[in-house]
Write a protein that binds this ligand. Structure first.
Ligand code: HXC
Length: 259
């Protein structure tokens, strides 16, 4: 399916959203954010989609919020953009299915904020990432100051945010900002292989694992373990649990989960 600046396609159980506003490096305008949101609607409405891959066309994943559009804004009107950006990122983070960012090039400012709301980040060797907002006289407004320290630790996050410097793919790997780095031509195949490896498993279990891991970011250990135990036990009401464990006991290798 083609939605002007945002491409949406499905390959088996994998949905792919490609940011395709290459003239301004996929800068996040309000209109573009709405369109990305509409593509995410398609993902949410389709129970046959088990994983989502986000990537960019051209030399950027997303080079940040649209600076032209933001320049004229005041404190009230920027809140609209910020709520849209934050809201989209929270939506991606809370989607029931795993979301993979395949970072093809620049992921700056709001672009890195969006990538950080994804569950797994794979970077092309060409990728460059950073939160350069202080160089524009502002700070992140879509979760960057909150997610970066959770991913890479506070000291590294402070250095990146205070300096606004860009890190390349290898540096991003060394600080844990991305899961792996691959040559540009292998980026989509790697993301699709990862998606396929996830899709072989019980999808209710995968979604439950995502919810449990996300909960760990906002809870103390005791609360988290309690939450895990509760949703772990609910999985024993699913057919997938009987299929997965029964197939192991019967030594059947070739089985499919119900999902
Ligand atoms: C609007 C942008 C843009 C942006 C690039 N462009 N980034 N337009 N907003 N964030 C436009 C350029 O103006 C240019 O348009 C075209 O895209 C190509 O960009 P160039 O700069 O010519 O490309 P290049 O020399 O290769 O440099 C690439 C770049 C640079 C290093 C990524 O474009 C850059 O620094 N962009 C800004 C990155 C940034 O500061 N991002 C953070 C934004 S603030 P023309 O018309 O000249 O061809 C943010 C805050 C979030 O995200 C706050 C949330 C509320």
């Amino acid at each position: 399916m083609f939605m002007s600046d945002v491409l949406y396609e499905k390959r088996g159980h994998t949905a792919i959203i490609t940011f395709n506003k290459t003239a301004d490096l996929n800068a996040l305008s309000e209109d573009f954010l709405q369109k990305i949101g509409e593509a995410v609607d398609l993902v949410e409405q389709d129970e046959e989609v088990y994983t989502l891959i986000l990537t960019g066309a051209g030399k950027a994943f997303i080079a940040g919020a649209d600076i032209k559009e933001m320049y004229e804004k005041d404190a009230d009107s920027i809140m609209v953009w910020s709520s849209l950006g934050s809201g989209l990122n929270l939506r991606l983070e809370n989607l029931k299915i795993p979301v993979i960012a395949a970072i093809n090039g620049y992921a700056l400012g709001g672009g890195l904020e969006l990538a950080m709301a994804c569950d797994i980040r794979i970077a092309s060797e060409k990728a460059k990432m950073g939160l350069p907002e202080v160089s524009l006289g502002v700070i992140c407004g879509a979760g960057g100051t909150q997610r970066l320290p959770r991913i890479v630790g506070e000291a590294v996050a402070k250095e990146m945010i205070f300096t606004g410097k860009k890190v390349n793919a290898e540096e991003a790997l060394s600080i844990g900002l991305v899961n792996r780095v691959v040559p540009p031509e292998k980026l989509m195949d790697t993301a699709l292989e990862l998606a396929a490896a996830i899709e072989r498993n019980g999808q209710i279990a995968v979604g439950t694992a995502k919810a449990a891991i996300n909960f760990s970011g906002t809870s103390d250990l005791e609360e988290g373990c309690l939450f895990e135990r509760e949703i772990f036990s609910k999985l024993f009401e699913t057919e997938d649990q009987k299929i997965g464990m029964g197939s192991f006991l019967r030594k059947e290798k070739d089985f499919k989960f119900k999902n």
